[in-house]
Design a binder for this molecule. Structure first.
Ligand code: TEU
Length: 605
């Protein structure tokens, strides 16, 4: 099923796969809606909110992991891919979710976590039971190394994501197993063909057969590792564990594995796929994953923009590294234009469950007024991005980071806890202070607090009197969906409006080219989107949009809009603005007030 792309006058431009102009929305199920008062979100809760998502314009719901799991990493540690973690509901609830979404023309994708399983998965239990178990080789086992004093050491010096080594010693069989994440998340051995086939059958076809429309594929570029298992160079002398992404990321067989997954599973089911592609910051590395001809993945998430502010390397992730607007612009432009002239495809997003809230990181939350303005400007930025757009739950109502007054006890994420503990263990007070500061901006926890539905107790996420698994944000009486739903000036209403415009003019916004005009301006961000059609503009030239956004509190002029659009002044139209209409005044256009954004076009809205 394709999506027809035409210009304003109905001239046909081309046919594109449906998922390119679809709006995806990520649900973090533990924190979306609790229907039974246990303080943990669930599938019936999610089902009760599908109308809300439909009203927002969502086409595809991505549900973060809901499978059976000991929840050491919020379900990214799966112990049974065919069972649902009981607090979320049942397999029948997934059927009901599919039915309710499909009925409305919406689709559902699940999170596929197959770089690793939980230690509680049957496969791992068998694998660790003895060295000659048939599933021994389904995970990555290596003997110890011993130094001259006879002390035991892991096979390599690699540092894992959640601090500490990537290897854990198994007493029973006297070997180490590999885990890029927590010790509870052993890495599967994709080199083993039987293991790969079991993954396809057990974790993918099972759900596709039930009607799931595709997958968000976790850690998709880490299935192939280097198999010589050598030490990484010492780049962090303060730690025994060294960053080693070159050893286990984008490894030698990665494209073979993904292509096989596509050929054997994704393609036969016509399933949509979006892979998580961290640590891959160059277009020439990304294109092979998403070029249509390569037949690997439909889309990937590239992380340059969302990682802004993260400290360098692995160990310093939470030592906040401030960045100027010019960096945000430059990286956006890079990842907007990398597909030009190729058959690859891009994604756009500024939030997910692994990062702080966009309005707290890229906007201004210092007053309620600036919060609202900057959240709308962020909406405008996202709505005008080329590629498939992903929103994260709560982004559409401008949910903010957890209050700075909250202490470490409110941070529940394993990564936050481990980085904080590592800082404390170092005995370096300054490092502890800086880590806490970084966590307040960047921690994965910020995106995981309960969704703010209303000003009722527990923000309407859970019953009054229930204890939610993460503390409900202090600001829920002011920031919630119910309050914004009927307010035409709310962030939510603005999201709905710009999502419609994005679809109506998809040739320009979804499929257009992106040209950054003011790379060095640290306050205003201006770019031109140009549609692929040959006409449609008022003067017969291609349709264009000028996006101009004030990312500062200063009042700033918008410059010469007509020249930027390459048209006569009389042909300029205002499509949308965060502060409502701003009529043009003769040769000039009114200045932008703090955090105001506008889209001008050379065509009639
Ligand atoms: O994240 C993979 C990952 O490596 C990172 O991008 C992640 O944000 C991490 O925090 C970096 O330090 C995926 C999931 O999105 C994440 O929630 C899981 O913890 C991880 O995989 C392990 O399954």
């Amino acid at each position: 099923m394709g999506s027809l792309i035409s210009d304003d006058e109905g001239r046909y431009i081309g046919t594109e796969p449906w998922w390119k102009d679809a709006l995806f929305y990520q649900v973090y199920p533990a924190s979306f809606k609790d229907s039974n008062g246990d303080g943990w979100g669930d599938l019936p809760g999610l089902i009760s909110k599908i109308d809300y998502l439909e009203e927002l314009g969502v086409d595809v719901v991505w549900v973060s992991p809901i499978f059976e799991s000991p929840q050491k990493d919020m379900g990214y540690d799966v112990s049974d891919y065919q069972k649902i973690y009981a607090p979320y509901g049942t397999v029948q609830d997934v059927d009901a979710l599919l039915e309710e979404c499909h009925k409305r023309g919406m689709k559902v994708i699940l999170d596929l976590v197959v770089n690793h399983t939980s230690v509680e998965h049957e496969w791992f239990k068998e694998s660790r039971s003895s060295k000659d178990n048939p599933k021994r080789d389904w995970y990555i086992w290596r003997p110890a190394r011993y130094d001259d004093n006879g002390a035991r050491h892991p096979p390599t010096n690699w540092r894992g994501y959640f601090a500490g080594p990537t290897w854990t010693w198994d007493e029973q069989t006297q070997e180490y197993y590999l885990h890029l994440y927590a010790p509870d998340q052993p890495d599967l051995n994709w080199e083993n063909a039987k293991c790969r086939e079991a993954i396809y059958e057990n974790t993918m076809r099972f759900w596709l057969d039930r009607g799931v429309d595709g997958f968000r594929i976790d850690t998709v570029n880490k299935y192939s590792k280097r198999t010589d298992f050598v030490d990484a160079p010492v780049t962090d002398p303060t730690s025994p564990h060294q960053p080693a992404p070159e050893m286990w990321c984008n490894g030698p067989r990665i494209h073979e594995f993904i292509h096989e997954m596509n050929r054997k599973v994704l393609a036969p089911y016509n399933a949509v796929s979006v892979g998580e592609l961290s640590l891959t910051p160059e277009p020439n590395q990304v294109i092979p994953y998403v070029s249509a001809q390569a037949q690997e993945l439909d889309m990937v998430f590239e992380f340059s923009v969302i990682r802004l502010g993260n400290g360098n390397g692995f160990g310093a992730k939470y030592i906040y590294d401030p960045f100027p607007l010019s960096t945000l612009k430059r990286l956006t432009a890079k990842w907007q234009s990398f597909i030009e002239g190729t058959d690859a495809w891009a994604t756009a997003f500024c939030e997910n469950h692994d990062n702080g809230r966009a309005v707290s990181r890229f906007g201004d939350t210092s007053t309620p007024d600036l919060w609202s303005r900057s959240a709308k400007t962020i909406a405008l930025w996202q709505a005008t991005m080329t590629g498939t757009l992903f929103l994260y739950q709560g982004q559409e109502i401008g949910m903010t980071n957890m209050p700075p007054s909250w202490g470490m006890e409110e941070y529940k994420d394993i990564e936050s806890a481990n980085f904080y503990a590592e800082a404390v263990e170092s005995g370096d007070g300054e490092r502890v202070r800086k880590t806490m500061h970084g966590l307040r901006i960047l921690a994965r926890d910020h995106a995981r607090v309960p969704f703010q539905w209303s000003d009722e107790p527990n923000a309407g996420f859970s019953d009054a009197g229930a204890t939610s698994w993460m503390r409900v944000h202090d600001d829920y009486a002011a920031i919630n969906a119910a309050r914004q739903r009927h307010d035409p000036d709310s962030i939510l209403s603005f999201y709905k409006r710009v999502m419609k415009l994005r679809k109506r003019y998809k040739d320009v916004f979804v499929f257009g080219s992106h040209k950054l005009l003011d790379p060095d301006d640290e306050e205003v961000w201006t770019y031109v989107k140009e549609g692929p059609g040959s006409g449609g503009g008022r003067d017969g030239t291609p349709r264009k949009a000028l996006v101009v956004m004030n990312f500062s509190r200063s009042e700033r002029g918008v410059g010469d809009v007509a020249t930027a659009l390459g048209c006569n002044e009389g042909d300029v139209r205002l499509l949308v603005g965060t502060n409502g209409p701003a009529p043009s005044q003769g040769r000039t256009w009114p200045a932008l007030v703090a955090w105001e954004g506008r889209v001008y076009t050379n065509f009639d809205p």
